[in-house]
Design a protein around this ligand. Structure first.
Ligand SMILES: [Fe+2]
Ligand SMILES: [Fe+2]
Length: 212
């Protein structure tokens, strides 16, 4: 498929991905891991807390999609581009599962998703312009930060919310594998202050997305 895409085709594919991602029509290929768990009725405060956390995770997946698609848009090497788009595809399951869980929790994705997507796409494209080793370095850093953050959420979610927990546990295992793959393919270690800036941006996102 890659060989036959013209630049205009690529722009259209990116635009389609952006719309699916932002407006929640992404479809998972694997079954939702939460569906194996019984649905427990949570107290209102607990339900709202779980929804805030799952909204953060949904935004995180929106950002991951945008970051990878942005990097792929400027990747010089066709193999790197294919690999980035494959990574984005795997994140689609996470995106769809988080959106499902938000609906079950009687909540909704972030209203600022177009903004999160645009910002992350721009960061991805900027990183990609530095070269392919940087692209992979960005993937590793992103995935490691997401993995650590999922650990935190697994501690913070209500004990009874086993559906959200099952989703995050599967995501965590996937993210670890994504990081290992990128590492094995020759990722560069990102120099300071880039990892710290990425952590600061995601902290801002988490604070806002919990509510909005
Ligand atoms: Fe993910
Ligand atoms: Fe990932």
């Amino acid at each position: 498929m890659e060989r036959t895409l013209t630049p205009l085709d690529r722009i259209l594919v990116d635009a389609q991905n952006a719309l699916d991602t932002v407006f929640g029509s992404a479809r998972a290929e694997r079954p939702n891991p939460g569906l194996g768990e019984a649905e427990v009725v949570l107290e209102d405060a607990e339900r709202r807390h779980a929804a805030g956390l799952m909204r953060i995770n949904h935004v995180g997946e929106v950002c991951a999609q945008a970051l990878y698609v942005g990097q792929a848009a400027v990747a010089r090497d066709a193999a790197t581009r294919r690999q980035l788009l494959a990574a984005a595809q795997e994140e689609t399951d996470h995106l769809a599962w988080c959106a499902d869980r938000l609906r079950e929790l009687d909540s909704r994705p972030s209203r600022l998703n177009p903004l999160w997507y645009a910002g992350s796409y721009a960061i991805g494209a900027l990183a990609g312009l530095r070269g392919d080793g940087w692209n992979l370095g960005f993937v590793v850093e992103t995935e490691r930060q997401v993995e650590a953050h999922l650990d935190q959420h697994l501690r913070q979610l209500p004990e009874a919310d086993t559906r959200s927990r099952a989703i995050l546990a599967t995501m965590k295992a996937d993210e670890a594998r994504h990081a290992d793959n990128a590492q094995a393919q020759g990722a560069r270690v990102l120099p300071p202050p880039i990892p710290a800036l990425m952590a600061a941006a995601s902290k801002l996102m988490k604070t806002v997305a919990y509510r909005l």
